[in-house]
Design a protein. Structure first.
Length: 280
C-alpha cells in the first residue's frame, strides 16, 4: 500500500507542475501580479521622463517599447486588481499620471504562437431534395458543435522565446534604470528585470541576487530567455544579459548607453563568463 500512495502522490505532483505551465515556482521565484501601465509615447525620452518621475516618488517603474513601436511605462506588483486600481487613482489625483491600464498577471501566449483552428463548412449535396409530398419528414441529424480549441500551455519553450523576443524590442533604446539615484552597474540587471516583469516573472533586482536563484544551465545548453552572467567570479558578478539564440545576448552595456546585442564568443565576455540561469 505505501508504494501505491507514493506513486499517486508523485503523479499528483507531476500533474500540478504541468498544469501551471510555468517554472517560476521551481526556480524559487514568484509570478508578477497586477501591474499598472501608463503612457503611449512615440519618443523614448518622454517615457524615460515619466519613469524617472515615478522613481523619484519611490515607485519602481520601467519603460519599454511595445510591439507597435510605441513606448509605455509599467510599475507595481499587486495581488488584487482593486489594489492596483487604488494606487493608480491616487497617482492620478496627485497628477503624477493621467490615464492608465491595469495589466493582468501571467500574460497569455501571443496569438502568433497559437495555431489557428479552421471550421469547415459541410460539403454541398449534389442530389436534388425530394418533394415534400413524396417523402415523410425525416428529422435532421444533430449538429455537432465544434469543440473549443484548447488553451496553449505556457511551457518553457514558449516563455523563453517570448522573453528573448521581448528583449530584442529594447535594442537601440538608451536605457537608464533608476535615473541618477542608483549605483553604477544596476542598469543591466534593471533591464533584464524589466523584461522578465513583462513576461510575468519577478526576479531579484541585482545581478548578484539574480544569479543566486533559478536553475543552472550549461553554456552549451543555453536557450532563448536564459540569463547569462559575467564577472571575475561567482561572488563578483557585475553584468547580466538575456540570451536570444545563435550565441548572442541582449544587454545594457553601461549607464546611458543603448541596449545592444553582443556575442558570447567576444573576447571580453568569453573571458568573464561566469554562468547562466533559467527561470521558466
Amino acid at each position: 500500500m505505501p508504494n501505491y500512495v507514493s506513486f499517486f502522490a508523485g503523479c499528483i505532483f507531476l500533474l500540478a507542475s504541468v498544469a501551471t505551465g510555468c517554472a517560476a515556482q521551481r526556480a524559487g521565484l514568484k509570478d508578477v501580479g497586477f501591474t499598472i501601465q501608463v503612457g503611449a509615447f512615440s519618443e523614448v525620452k518622454n517615457a524615460e521622463r515619466l519613469a524617472r518621475k515615478l522613481q523619484e516618488k519611490g515607485v519602481e517603474a520601467f519603460y519599454f517599447k511595445r510591439e507597435n513601436g510605441i513606448y509605455a511605462v509599467r510599475f507595481g506588483d499587486f495581488l488584487r486588481r482593486e489594489d492596483a486600481s487604488s494606487t493608480a487613482r491616487r497617482l492620478v489625483k496627485e497628477r503624477v499620471i493621467s490615464s492608465y491600464f491595469i495589466a493582468p498577471p501571467k500574460p497569455a501566449v501571443p496569438t502568433t504562437m497559437r495555431e489557428p483552428v479552421l471550421e469547415k463548412a459541410p460539403a454541398p449535396s449534389l442530389k436534388k431534395p425530394p418533394r415534400p409530398s413524396a417523402v415523410a419528414a425525416v428529422p435532421a441529424p444533430p449538429v455537432r458543435k465544434a469543440e473549443p480549441a484548447a488553451e496553449p500551455r505556457r511551457d518553457r519553450s514558449d516563455m523563453g522565446s517570448i522573453a528573448a523576443r521581448t528583449a530584442e524590442r529594447f535594442v537601440g533604446i538608451p536605457y537608464r534604470w533608476g535615473g541618477d539615484t542608483v549605483v553604477d552597474g544596476m542598469d543591466c540587471s534593471g533591464f533584464v528585470r524589466a523584461v522578465y516583469n513583462l513576461c510575468g516573472v519577478n526576479i531579484p533586482r541585482t545581478s548578484r541576487d539574480q544569479f543566486k536563484v533559478g536553475d543552472v544551465v550549461a553554456k552549451e545548453e543555453l536557450k532563448d530567455g536564459d540569463l547569462v552572467f559575467f564577472g571575475s567570479s561567482a561572488e563578483e558578478i557585475n553584468h547580466v544579459g538575456i540570451f536570444v539564440g545563435n550565441g548572442r545576448f541582449v544587454h545594457a552595456p553601461r549607464r546611458g548607453d543603448d541596449i545592444k546585442v553582443s556575442t558570447m564568443d567576444d573576447a571580453y565576455f568569453l573571458k568573464r563568463f561566469v554562468g547562466a540561469k533559467r527561470y521558466f
